[in-house]
Design a protein around this ligand. Structure first.
Ligand code: MAN
Length: 557
């Protein structure tokens, strides 16, 4: 430091010391400039009103703004509620209060009503200077040293806590950025995957259509499971039926022959009987039997047995082969419509056969599609394995694509969602904190929901799901432990659409946040039936040290 600078500093300090000494009682350095003239004092709000300087602090209120009584309570009665003076001077006090120097601690103003009221106001005026008159014998010793020391200790702790909280917030912001990046990366990956999946799905769709088309073009065999076409089936059936008829014809013929023989035998017996019986013997029963026989013998004898017919039957009942019908010639023949077309392929060279095969299949499909040929492939109850496999591949790929698209949508929405200043609440998403209050435990899961759980058990009650972040203005006393909202603008989270309240609305909650070192629920209120308010501390809303940000943070911490 140069000599000249040193001299200048000394001069300045000396003049400050003089100013402090020369300030009237109760005047702060801020207002000292109004009290410089040792002869005259001009009222601060209305300088045209001037009084001799000796009337400053003479315990009589001369100025309408009370500025002539900075060190007494003579003007304490003035307030903005006082009736306006005739010349429209605002009755508000010009000074904030009696200035306590509080050496060793922090200077402050005490209300003029407290000056010389016989009570030491150490909370504001630790040096006791506002009780300078010793009213009622009161003597307020200067306690600034001890109070200042205690305050400093607390202040250091508060500062440390704020530093920690700010650091935690920084970490949260970094974590949030990381999470955001992860979401962005996932979106990019999903975009690429979806593009690939779309191409794959298109391919599988074409493949399925092709397989279905090919299957349609294929010759469909009989549903009986037997080999061969419809003709083969008919041959099998006809052969079985012929066999059945032959067997029955033979059996009926045998029965006929047996009956015929027995009738012949009976007729022979009766003929003999008629010839041999004694007509002179008067037996009415015998005579009646003979008459009946004679009538029978005279009647119609039925068709004459022609040996030629029997010979015919002999021939008919011989095997089909003996009758010129060789079933084997018809069995195994593929009589389907397309096979008739294919039959001559066997004589063609392979390349032409393949070409022809494709054309024929296409022709068949075209005929089916135009309704000329019946689509026997779709009519069959079970589709071919090839179609099933192709369909399965297609539906699996389709499902994958749908789930990837859903994923992409939810990630994109997540990215657009308001996660508060610096995206900080992204880091807290899903973090849950809880506290007991009355008969319930209350739980807050950041960016998700609030829940009320009865301590004695039972179902949990949803108090609302996160919908948005808002800003609200609060004005509350800050408790000594600092766990409170204080006053100013705060970040609040709105949770809505919770469990319906009997005879009331759906439950909802407002979570008002203030800066704290830890995430903690401080207070819970049910402001109206099923409308809850939670006061919560979190580093997420702390002011960033040196960053100039005051996003909902609590400056008082
Ligand atoms: C439960 C709790 C209370 C609420 C009543 C309303 O007891 O959710 O907070 O006030 O239901 O019936």
């Amino acid at each position: 430091m140069t000599k000249a600078l040193g001299a200048l500093l000394c001069l300045k300090l000396a003049s400050l010391a003089y100013a402090a000494e020369s300030r009237p009682r109760g005047v702060s350095p801020e207002f000292a400039k109004y009290y410089k003239d040792p002869n005259t004092f001009s009222c601060i709000s209305k300088p045209t009103v001037q009084i001799p300087f000796g009337r400053v602090n003479d315990d009589y209120c001369d100025c309408e703004d009370g500025s002539d009584e900075p060190g007494t309570s003579a003007c304490a009665h003035l307030s903005s509620y006082s009736p306006q003076t005739p010349d429209n001077v605002n009755a508000t006090l010009a000074l904030p209060g009696f200035y306590c120097k509080n050496k060793g601690h922090i200077p402050s103003y005490v209300p003029f009503t407290s000056v010389n009221d016989g009570v030491c106001d150490y909370e504001v005026c630790c040096d006791g200077s506002e009780e300078w008159e010793g009213v009622g014998g009161v003597k307020c010793e200067d306690k600034c040293k001890d109070i200042g020391k205690e305050w400093k200790k607390h202040d250091e702790a508060r500062h440390k806590s704020l530093t920690n909280a700010s650091k935690k917030r920084k970490d949260m912001v970094a974590q949030a950025a990381k999470s955001r990046k992860e979401v962005e990366d996932r979106i990019q990956t999903l975009g690429t995957q979806i593009e690939g999946a779309e191409i794959k799905l298109k391919g599988l769709e074409t493949e399925l259509a092709d397989v279905e088309r090919q299957e349609k073009g294929k010759v469909v065999k009989s549903g009986s499971g037997k080999k061969g076409g419809k003709m083969s089936v008919l041959v099998d059936l006809a052969k079985d039926r012929m066999e059945e008829l032959r067997e029955n014809l033979i059996r009926v013929r045998e029965e006929r022959d047996s009956s015929r023989n027995r009738v012949q035998e009976l007729e022979d017996i009766l003929t003999t009987f008629k010839e041999d019986y004694n007509p002179n013997f008067n037996d009415e029963g015998v005579k009646r039997a003979v008459r009946a026989w004679e009538e029978y013998a005279a009647g119609d004898k039925g068709p004459v047995v022609e040996p030629a017919r029997d010979r015919d039957l002999d021939e008919v009942t011989k095997s089909d082969k003996d009758n010129g019908l060789d079933w084997e010639e018809y069995e195994g023949e593929d009589e389907s419509d397309t096979d008739v077309l294919y039959a001559f392929e066997n004589y063609l060279p392979p390349t032409i056969r393949t070409w022809l095969d494709t054309r024929l299949r296409d022709l068949r499909v075209t005929l089916i599609e135009s309704g000329i040929l019946a689509d026997t492939s779709s009519a069959s109850a079970t589709e071919s394995k090839a179609v099933t496999d192709a369909r399965n591949r297609f539906t699996t790929a389709e499902k994958d694509l749908t789930s990837q698209r859903k994923d992409l949508k939810s990630h994109t929405e997540d990215l657009d969602k308001d996660f508060g200043p610096d995206d900080v609440f992204r880091a807290l998403k899903g973090t849950c904190i809880s506290t007991d209050a009355g008969e319930y435990t209350y739980e807050l899961c950041f960016m998700e929901k609030t829940t009320q759980k009865a301590k004695k058990g039972g179902a949990h009650t949803n108090m609302g799901n996160f919908v948005r972040i808002e800003r609200i203005v609060v004005d509350e006393d800050l408790p000594a432990n600092g766990k409170g909202l204080g006053s100013g603008e705060r970040i609040a989270m709105k949770h809505e659409g919770g469990q319906h309240c009997w005879n009331g609305p759906n439950r909802s909650s407002t979570i008002v946040l203030a800066c704290a070192e830890e995430n903690e629920i401080w207070k819970i209120m049910e402001e109206e039936k099923c409308v809850y308010r939670l006061e919560v501390g979190t580093p997420a809303v702390c002011e960033v040290l040196g960053g100039g940000k005051k996003e909902g943070g609590r400056d008082e911490l």
